[in-house]
Design a protein around this ligand. Structure first.
Ligand code: DO4
Ligand code: MG
Length: 292
């Protein structure tokens, strides 16, 4: 297991020892404080950043082990940005029957943004992510994900895994929603590092390791310094002509794409580690029927 660097306390959805689901401040698997009982994450994302910060400052102290749950509930949506790193552009050009569109969008002012998931499609820490049974080439995509409130303020950061079918997207870009959106297509977690704890999101290091048969099968690392856009610009485009009453989680794109012919298999384990955001570990299953 990786050891996350500079881990601050996170805001997390947790299950307490008595079985309640609460918002808590979590560090090393233990709740150090609780936000008000009954407050969902979706409700917290209706608050302005200063209001959320005040709630965190006033959280009720605690000290007990908890289980960290997926950091999404209610009607919060997950969206994703694409081709925001050179490596992603190169990988798409290589796989696609229509490569020019990826070069165009990498350079264009308007970013590629697409709907990725809602709460029921997302896996939390240790839960299985799915590769489609009708796909022949699949990859995990480790991404910094922005947690954005209904007022379009970035209130925190979490880790996203934008699991994708390269064979389906590569055949025809109009198949993108099928390559990207299905039950178990996304993992998020472990918790949310508050925006006020992250001095420079463009300095975050991103590492991914894929385990197969209990050995490391693929690993790589990168940093947000390779990111070709501005985070605020992605949020601004997302909120043009649209609203997110329960907030939105915006996954910002990948720079780690294993070379062909690598493909994810059922039984693999994907571990993503991002400085200051922690470690997100998920087993992989092939086909939704096998999702636990
Ligand atoms: O253009 C398709 C999706 C790209 C993507 O998901 C990424 O760059 O991370
Ligand atoms: Mg992606």
């Amino acid at each position: 297991m990786y050891h996350p660097r500079n881990m601050p306390t996170q805001i997390a959805r947790v299950q307490t020892m008595t079985g309640d689901v609460r918002l808590a401040l979590v560090r090393d698997g233990a709740a150090s404080a609780y936000l008000p009982a009954g407050l969902s994450l979706a409700e917290a994302l209706r608050l302005r950043l200063v209001q959320l910060q005040a709630l965190v400052d006033a959280a009720e102290p605690a000290d007990e082990p908890v289980r960290t749950l997926v950091p999404i509930d209610g009607d919060t949506e997950v969206w994703a940005a694409g081709v925001t790193y050179k490596r992603s552009e190169e990988a798409r050009v290589e796989e696609s029957a229509t490569p020019d569109i990826y070069t165009y969008v990498y350079r264009a002012e308007r970013p590629e943004l697409f709907f990725k998931a809602n709460a029921r499609r997302v896996a939390g820490p240790q839960e299985a992510v799915v590769v489609r049974a009708d796909s022949t080439w699949d990859v995990p995509e480790p991404e910094v994900a922005l947690v954005v409130n209904s007022s379009a303020e970035i209130v925190g950061y979490t880790i996203g895994n934008d699991v994708s079918s390269r064979s389906i997207e590569g055949e025809n870009p109009l198949y993108l929603p099928q390559a990207k959106v299905y039950a178990g297509c996304c993992a998020l977690g472990p918790g949310i590092t508050p925006a006020w704890e992250v001095a420079d999101p463009y300095a975050l290091g991103i590492r991914m390791r894929i385990e197969r048969d209990s050995a490391v099968y693929w690993q790589g690392e990168t940093t947000m310094r390779e990111f070709a856009r501005r985070l605020e610009d992605l949020v601004s485009y997302l909120f043009r002509e649209d609203t997110f009453p329960d907030g939105v989680i915006l996954s910002t794109g990948t720079a780690l794409v294993p070379d062909s012919p690598f493909t994810l298999e059922g039984g693999d384990v994907v571990e993503i580690d991002i400085d200051e955001l922690g470690t997100l570990r998920n087993p992989v299953v092939r086909g939704n029927a096998t999702r636990g």
